[in-house]
Design a protein around this ligand. Structure first.
Ligand code: FAD
Ligand code: DHB
Length: 395
């Protein structure tokens, strides 16, 4: 058995764990990151694509903005489609801010490369991860790595291990309040070798179901289709996917997505989920370990970054000034932003998807809301300021 010492033990090398490790490094705080998957797997996991302007600033300030600035696609708005008719929501004109389209796996690659170049301690392919002594005293993380059992002793643990991780279940269930909502649909997502044929993202409401047109680079598009929650991807041939995308995304003005070789496909369930509080003893939860939003508002990775921004700031105050106020307020500070993002993601999801078997009244109300959004500056402003991201408190 090998024993290790660190100030902050971080469970999970997704966006939240890696960014936290980098922010702590910049503050002179040592951390060890423990990840179950391989580096190759983490760097190849295709997920989020939209960065709020605050996330872009955070990445730049953390010293990982170079490639993002070169390759990220700045978007000054999105298009909302209603049955093939598009309406632009001009973010920059309404809020002065833009978003940046840059794949989560690129963010993860950049953060891993930076941490390793700076001598960071990232450990991939850890098995049997478990947390002990989180309630009081010095906690420890036990892992099995290369057949050897390691103990990592720390002052604090950051649970950045996503929705299916071990950190949240290590907290006694009676200490947590869980808030959850499931949706009666999922998203079938593809990555395609096709040059984007539209400048901005298209969120299309269609009677066949919602569809989203997004992109990753000047050569790669990313598209999503609303599907059944238990959809079997094996039943979706490439031809069937393109035919459905065309049916939902083809526009009155003659535009439709350019087709190309499908490089990757998968189905993602949709849920809203929050646990409160985000702290138990010396364990702090961040990112998807603590909350999940349905992807429609593109908020998940951005919320994960906001959490670790507050956590790194609080840990810095603890180590530099012996002040605990930031750590004590961590949960409440994050939850304010989390609930705003929950509201927005729920609203975007409810607005744009087709709800089968809904009463005719609700269908009419949904269409009226879409019509209001696309014809009122005030309604568009509300979407825009939430989509580009609310300011970070005290940043
Ligand atoms: P994760 O990325 O889940 O990382 C957790 C890490 O912990 C993983 O590497 C995992 O392997 C590891 N782990 C798990 N269990 C253990 C364990 N026991 N021990 C050690 N390590 C463990 N968000 C946006 O902001 N914008 C978008 O446009 C967007 N679109 C999305 C589209 C889709 C299809 C999906 C699925 C998600 C999308 N999201 C989006 C959400 C975003 O991907 C997540 O919110 C984000 O990945 C959260 O980061 P995280 O680091 O908290 O968790
Ligand atoms: C992407 C994902 C989203 O959930 C979203 O709202 C916008 C874009 C994407 O993967 O590109």
């Amino acid at each position: 058995m090998a024993q290790f010492e660190t100030q902050v033990g971080i469970v999970g090398a997704g966006p939240s764990g890696l960014m936290l490790s980098q922010l702590l490094h910049l503050a002179g705080i040592h951390s060890i990151v423990l990840e179950v998957r391989s580096r190759h797997y983490c760097e190849g996991r295709v997920r989020a694509g939209v960065l709020e302007h605050t996330s872009v600033t955070m990445l730049r300030n953390a010293g990982v903005g170079q490639r993002l600035d070169r390759e990220g696609l700045q978007h000054a708005g999105i298009e909302i489609g209603i049955q093939g008719v598009l309406h632009r929501i001009p973010f920059e004109e309404l809020t002065g801010k833009c978003v940046t389209v840059y794949g989560q796996q690129e963010v993860v690659k950049d953060l891993i490369a930076r941490r390793l170049a700076d001598g960071g301690d990232l450990r991939f392919e850890c098995g049997e991860v478990s947390l002990e002594n989180i309630e009081q005293g010095r906690p420890l993380i036990r892992v099995r790595k290369d057949g050897v059992e390691d103990e990592v002793h720390c002052d604090f643990i950051a649970g950045c291990d996503g929705y299916h991780g071990v950190a949240r279940p290590s907290i006694p269930s009676q200490a947590l309040n869980v808030y959850e909502r499931l949706y009666p649909f999922a998203w079938l997502g593809i990555l395609a070798e096709a040059a984007p044929s539209r400048e901005e993202l298209v969120y299309m409401h269609h009677e066949r179901g919602f569809a989203l047109y997004s992109m990753r680079s000047p050569h790669i598009t990313r598209l999503y289709l609303q599907c059944k929650p238990d959809e079997d991807i094996a039943e979706w041939s490439d031809d069937r996917i393109w035919s459905e995308l065309n049916a939902r995304l083809s526009c009155e003005d003659g535009w439709r997505p350019t087709e190309g070789k499908i490089l990757q496909k998968g189905v993602t369930g949709m849920r809203s989920f929050v646990v409160e509080p985000l702290q138990y003893g010396q364990l702090f939860l961040a990112g998807d370990a603590a909350h999940i939003v349905p992807p429609t508002g593109a908020k998940g990775m951005n919320l994960a970054f906001a959490d670790v921004h507050y956590l790194a700031r609080a840990l810095r105050a603890r180590y530099e000034e012996n002040k605990d106020e930031g750590l004590d307020a961590y949960s409440a500070t994050c939850l304010k932003r989390v609930w705003r993002a929950q509201r927005f993601s729920w609203w975007m999801t409810s607005l744009l998807h087709r709800f089968e078997h809904e009463p005719a009244f609700d269908r009419k109300r949904q269409l009226a809301e879409l019509e209001y959004l696309t014809s009122s500056r005030a309604a568009a402003m509300s979407l825009a300021e939430n989509y580009v991201g609310l300011p970070l408190e005290g940043a």
